[in-house]
Each structure stands twice: as structure tokens, then as C-alpha cells.
Design a binder for this molecule. Structure first.
Ligand code: GDP
Length: 691
């Protein structure tokens, strides 16, 4: 007998995980009663422990779905809150505290919630039962409670007392049964009294004759009958509390001494049912019967549900198997594969280009600061238009001034912190490549994995940062003293810097065009620029333009005019220098003082090449080796099952896919268990019939 209920409760718990429709559940015993009817005392007498929340302030605000599991082979008694991940709580006062907290977490304004608390109690002293404790009915709404509270409790209870659940209607003996809220509620949903067990508490508070009469009630006849109990914890129970089974025996003794002292009313001839032990047996019996009889209909509902899940799996997911683990593993493999491809495409040439671009900018800045800020005539050192080319260079090749200028520029270039610059440029480029790879991967829908992967990348890059910077800085150190440029390098520099200057020229010109548009046309801009030029030359004197501008131009317009003049001048200089670079003079390394652009470009290339050699060893190879391993560490075996699930479910498509599969598997599992249960039941029946 017991095995059946145990297995059915197991199935009931699995079904709870499948969730949803109410046809997909096996019945439970629902306990209802008004406040102070003795409901908690009855439940505690069944469990053998005080564990329910106590207090006057509406302490039960959520349904407590209580599963009792009989563990005959152990002595240990403990409770578990599976939803909270709280396991093996052996101290029942701690269970009581947790329940109180969970209930009081429902805000006063809501007062009750239909979100159930799941609690499982394992003990050799409990029967296998599935019980649901509900908030007690209240008669009068307290002054500090919401008016609709009464209504809300009734609605919550009504939801649970539907068929096929068994109703345990608790009424106190000292209150007229006609006034029992529990019995009235049960009547509404079970008018013929088919699935209600009446429990009459506080039998000790009424005269035994009257007590016996209540139990024989004919006004509210119940097929499953009434059981009278005295479940108040006797005063001496404090003494018994320590031993696990002692609340049981204390109550049993107390009850026994009361009922046996009135043999006429409650003795074996009296035809009434009394005592907590009787009640427990009855509950077990009734629950098993009810569960068995709904086995078939539940199993049909499950079959139907399974068919639907199977169909959905086929149509929407092509029967493609998937698990959170396999999904993670596949995503990780794909990502590592794309990373591998990236490593083949990103190496020394790419790092060189990155770094060279950066140094080109620095070279332009240096040129602007040291050379291009001079009046144009000074810059004519290699200007074919301004001077007779044959005469070039005017500037004395031994002129200390031009020597110093180039030396200072070269020194500024080599000392600008190439080590740090190179490392930063490469590291941030790697980082943005990883970001791009991520956005193209299936991880793009997974913030958790994205975070872990970006973290892994920054961790490795950060760890290598300082030593790489230092190494690079060290190895370019000789260049700080001297840079020897060869003819080949000079030729390359000459070609390359021409490109850089052209790009810069293009940028200047497009910025000018933009300014034109922003002020409303070329003519307008010319006008302002003309004005700015005159002011600059001193042809026009203005005494501070303030906010209102000058010369009929607004302050904003003047500022744009000045910007345009700057850009125009810069463009002129660049054009001139481009010509210089292309001139014959600059074809020769010997004329390096006239062609600082070429020399600095060649120097920057040397710096970049040397830096890249070390970046390759110190940063890139290290990163390429460590990154995939770090990914395995962070997203591989070290993740817990929960984390893997959480990861997979971040993607809504994957979540739905996984849910269908899980649902299907759970339903198959349940159906399988049900089939073997039916066989077991059949065999038991056959054995009984044979007896
Ligand atoms: P609940 O509000 O329905 O859960 O009721 P409780 O179980 O908390 O009981 C309310 C009060 O009635 C408490 O003071 C209990 O000690 C008392 N009580 C419960 N059962 C009995 C009983 O069988 N006999 C007597 N005399 N008092 C009882």
C-alpha cells in the first residue's frame, strides 16, 4: 500500500516541474479551517514537530505544499525547501523560522499570495502524504488589514479545494458545525460530501456526549466521515521536545487518556472515529485511493501533453537534440575556431601596419610643431617653385639650425614612449577583434559568456602589458642615440610619407568643404576668411570681438573662419611639402636635413619593425596560446550545471528549444513511472483478490 502512495507522490512532484495545466497533477490533501480552529496543531501532530509559523498577525500568507516522505530505514528527520536550495535542515525551529520569513515577505498590502512554498519533510515517523496548508479563513477583517482580505483568502482556498483534491475541513468542537467556515467552503465544491474529511479539534473542550454527537453529525454527512482529535500540545510537551518522536507520543498519550476516560462515548462500540493516529491512517488510505483513481485520467492527460510536446519538437525543432551542455560546448568550439582563423590573419604585418599608422600621426604632429609652423619662406629649403631648383638647397647643409631641428624631432619620436604606445595599440586592437568575433558568434545573445570572454582577454592582455611595454622600450633604446637609415629604407620612407601627406591633405580639404557647408556656402566662408586674414596681417584692427563678433560677422562665424584659415594654410604647406618630397633633392639620403618628412617616416618604420618583433613574442604569441585555454577554464568544466543552464537560457530561442525537450523528457519519465505503477497496483489487487 505504502509503496503506491510514495511513488505517486514522487510522480506528483515531477509533474509539478512540468507545471501548467491542472489536469497534469495528482491529487493532494488540502487543509482548510478558520483561524484558531486548530489547523496548525493538527498538521504538527501529523508531522510530529512544531514547525508552522505562529503568531497573531496572519502568519500563513502563502500556501505551503508539504510533502511527507516516510524513510523507514533511518533515524534522521529533516526538512528541505527545494525551491530555495535549502537541504537537510534537521532543526525544525529553523524550518519554522524560514516559513515565517517566507510568509511575512508577502507585503501587508497584498496579505495573501498564491505562490506556494514547497517543503518536504523526511522522517521515519511520518506517513507518505502530500498536504497543502492554506491561510486560515478569517471571520472579521482587522482594522489594519485590507478590506478585500477575506475575499482573497476565500478565492485562494477555492482554487485549491477543487477536485480531485481531498479536503481536510478543520472545525473546532466548541463552535457549532453549522458555523464552520471550512465545512461551508467544502460544501460549495463538494456538495455530496464525497471527498471531504471532517476533522473536529478541541474535543476536550466540549462535553463528551456532545462531542460524540458532533462526530455523528447527520446535518453535514461526509462519506469519508469525521475524526475527533485533541491535538493541543500538552503542557508537559516541553519535556519531550528533544526526542524526535516525542511530540507524537505526547499527543497520542494525551489523546488516549482523554478518549479512554470516556469509553461510552468514544470506545470501540461507540462507532465514532477519534485520535490523531486514526486520522493519519485515514489520510493515507484516502490519499492512496484518490490518487489511484485519478491515475488513469492523469495518465491520459500526460499522454496528450506528451503528444503535443513531441509534435512541437518535430515541427519547430526538427527533432534536433539539444542540451545546455552541448549547446555551450558547440558554441565554444565554434568561437575557438573563429579565433583560430583570426590568429592566422592577424600577425606581424598587421601589427606593423597598426603601429605605423599610429606613428605616422605622431610624425605629422612633430612636423607641424617643429617645421610647419614656420613662415613659408623658411620652409623653402626644398621648394621647387620658390627657388631655382638648381640652386637648391639654399639652406646650408652644415647649418646647425636644421641639424638641431631634425635631431630634436627624431629624439622626440624615439622618446615618445613607443613601448607603451605599441602595446596599447596592439592590445586594444586584439580586444576589439575579440569583440567583433563575439558579435558574429552565437555568444552574441549571451551577456554572461560575453562578459567571461572579454574578461579572459583583458586579463591575459593586462598581465602581459607592463612587461611587454618594457621589453619593447628596451629594444628600441639604441635608436634613441642614433638611427642609421639605409638607401632602401629612405626610398620606402619617401614613397610612404608621400601617401601620408596626401591623406592628410585630403583630410584638410574635406574639413574645409564641411566648414563651407556649415556656414552656408563657399562665398560666405571666403568672406570670413578674407576678414580673418586682414585682421591677422594687421590691415584691420578690431578691439576684442566679444560675443557679438566683428566686421559684421558673428562670433561663431569668425571662429569658423579662423579654423578655415588654419586648414587652408596647413593644406598649402602640405602641398608644398609633397612637392618637396617628390623633388629630386629628396631622392637622396644625403639631403636628409631638407627632407625631414622622409627621414622621420623611415625612422618610424624602423621603430615599428623592431617593436613588432617583440610584441609578437611577448604579447601576441602569449595571447594566442593562453586565450583558448582561459576560455576552456571559464566556460568549460568549471561551470556548475545551474550556470550552464542559465547560460543556455539567455538566448530565448535556445530556452524554448530546451524547454520543449525537458518537458518531453519529464513527461516520458512520468508516463513510464505511471505505467510501472499501474502494473504494481494490478499485482497488489491480484494478491488481495487471491487471499
Ligand atoms: P490555527 O490558527 O487554526 O492554526 O490554530 P492553532 O493550531 O494555532 O490553535 C489555536 C489555539 O487552539 C492554540 O492556542 C492551541 O493550543 C489551541 N488548540 C488546538 N488544538 C486544541 C485541542 O485539541 N484542544 C485544546 N484545548 N486546545 C487546542
Amino acid at each position: 500500500m505504502m509503496v503506491l502512495t510514495k511513488k505517486m507522490i514522487e510522480i506528483r512532484n515531477i509533474l509539478q516541474k512540468v507545471g501548467q495545466s491542472s489536469s497534469l497533477t495528482l491529487p493532494s490533501i488540502v487543509v482548510i479551517g478558520s483561524q484558531s480552529s486548530g489547523k496548525s496543531s493538527v498538521l504538527e501532530a501529523i508531522v510530529g514537530h512544531e514547525f508552522l509559523p505562529k503568531g497573531s498577525n496572519m502568519v500563513t500568507r502563502r500556501p505551503i505544499e508539504l510533502t511527507l516522505v516516510n524513510t523507514p530505514n533511518t533515524k534522521e528527520e529533516y526538512g528541505e525547501f527545494p525551491d530555495l536550495g535549502l537541504r537537510r535542515i534537521t532543526d525544525f525551529s529553523s524550518i519554522q523560522r524560514t516559513l515565517t520569513e517566507l510568509n511575512l515577505a508577502v507585503p501587508d498590502s497584498e496579505c495573501v499570495s498564491d505562490d506556494p512554498i514547497h517543503l518536504t519533510v523526511y522522517s521515519p515517523n511520518v506517513p507518505d502524504l502530500s498536504l497543502i496548508d492554506l491561510p486560515g479563513y478569517i471571520q472579521v477583517v482587522g482594522h489594519d488589514q485590507p478590506l478585500q482580505l477575506k475575499q482573497k483568502i476565500t478565492e485562494l482556498c477555492d482554487k485549491y479545494i477543487q477536485a480531485p483534491n481531498v479536503i481536510l475541513a478543520i472545525s473546532a468542537a466548541d463552535v457549532d458545525l453549522a458555523n464552520s467556515t471550512a465545512l461551508r467552503a467544502s460544501r460549495r465544491v463538494d456538495p455530496r460530501g464525497e471527498r471531504t474529511i471532517g476533522v473536529v479539534t478541541k474535543m476536550d473542550l466540549v462535553d463528551p456526549i456532545r462531542g460524540a454527537a458532533i462526530l455523528n453529525d447527520k446535518q453535514y454527512p461526509l462519506r469519508l466521515g469525521y475524526v475527533g482529535v485533541v491535538s493541543k500540545v500538552p503542557h508537559t510537551a516541553g519535556l519531550f521536545k528533544k526526542g524526535p518522536a516525542n511530540l507524537h507520543s505526547a499527543i497520542a498519550q494525551n489523546e488516549h487518556s482523554y478518549f479512554s476516560s470516556h469509553p461510552l462515548e468514544f470506545g470501540s462500540d461507540a462507532d465514532v472515529q477519534v485520535g490523531t493516529t486514526t486520522l493519519r491512517k485515514k489520510l493515507m488510505h484516502v490519499l492512496e485511493q484518490t490518487m489511484s483513481s485519478s491515475l488513469q485520467s492523469t495518465s491520459n492527460a500526460i499522454k496528450q501533453e506528451l503528444e503535443e510536446a513531441t509534435y512541437e519538437f518535430k515541427v519547430q525543432y526538427n527533432d534536433r537534440p539539444l542540451s545546455a551542455e552541448s549547446y555551450l560546448a558547440e558554441s565554444l568550439d565554434a568561437f575557438k575556431h573563429s579565433f583560430k582563423q583570426f590568429t592566422e590573419e592577424f600577425g606581424r604585418p598587421q601589427m606593423h601596419e597598426l603601429l605605423k599608422n599610429e606613428l605616422d600621426q605622431k610624425v605629422l604632429d612633430l612636423l607641424a610643431a617643429r617645421y610647419w609652423n614656420k613662415p613659408i619662406s623658411d620652409l623653402s629649403m626644398a621648394h621647387p617653385e620658390l627657388d631655382n631648383i638648381a640652386d637648391l638647397p639654399k639652406a646650408d647643409p652644415d647649418s646647425i639650425y636644421w641639424h638641431r631641428q631634425l635631431d630634436a624631432s627624431t629624439s622626440a619620436l624615439t622618446k615618445l614612449g613607443v613601448g607603451r604606445l605599441a602595446t596599447t595599440v596592439v592590445a586594444s586592437s586584439i580586444q576589439s577583434h575579440i569583440e567583433r568575433l563575439l558579435s558574429e558568434s552565437s555568444f552574441s545573445n549571451h551577456p554572461f559568456a560575453q562578459g567571461a570572454i572579454m574578461d579572459a582577454a583583458s586579463m591575459i592582455l593586462n598581465e602581459r602589458f607592463y612587461s611587454t611595454s618594457d621589453q619593447v622600450e628596451n629594444c628600441i633604446k639604441p635608436y634613441k642615440f642614433e638611427i642609421d637609415i639605409e638607401d632602401r629604407e629612405w626610398a620606402q620612407g619617401r614613397e610612404h610619407v608621400a601617401g601620408t601627406l596626401k591623406n592628410e591633405l585630403r583630410d584638410c580639404e574635406s574639413a574645409l568643404t564641411q566648414l563651407e557647408t556649415s556656414v552656408g556656402g563657399r562665398r560666405k566662408l571666403r568672406e570670413v576668411m578674407g576678414f580673418v586674414d586682414k585682421v591677422r596681417k594687421g590691415d584691420i584692427v578690431i578691439d576684442g570681438e566679444g560675443n557679438s563678433g566683428a566686421g559684421g560677422f558673428s562670433a561663431a562665424l569668425l571662429s569658423k573662419g579662423r579654423e578655415a584659415v588654419f586648414l587652408r594654410d596647413r593644406a598649402d604647406i602640405i602641398k608644398m611639402r609633397l612637392m618637396a618630397v617628390k623633388s629630386k633633392q629628396c631622392a637622396n639620403l644625403k639631403n636628409k636635413y631638407y627632407c625631414p618628412e622622409v627621414f622621420l617616416d623611415a625612422a618610424a618604420s624602423k621603430l615599428a619593425s623592431t617593436a613588432v618583433l617583440f610584441l609578437n613574442v611577448e604579447l601576441l604569441s602569449e595571447f594566442y596560446y593562453n586565450f583558448p585555454r582561459e576560455l576552456d577554464l571559464r566556460l568549460g568544466r568549471h561551470l556548475s550545471q545551474d550556470q550552464v543552464e542559465k547560460f543556455a537560457k539567455e538566448d530565448p530561442k535556445i530556452r524554448r528549444h530546451l524547454e520543449v525537450i525537458r518537458r518531453k523528457e519529464l513527461l516520458e519519465l512520468v508516463l513510464d513511472k505511471m505505467e510501472s505503477l499501474k502494473q504494481l497496483e494490478g499485482r497488489e489487487r491480484a494478491v488481495k483478490g487471491g487471499k
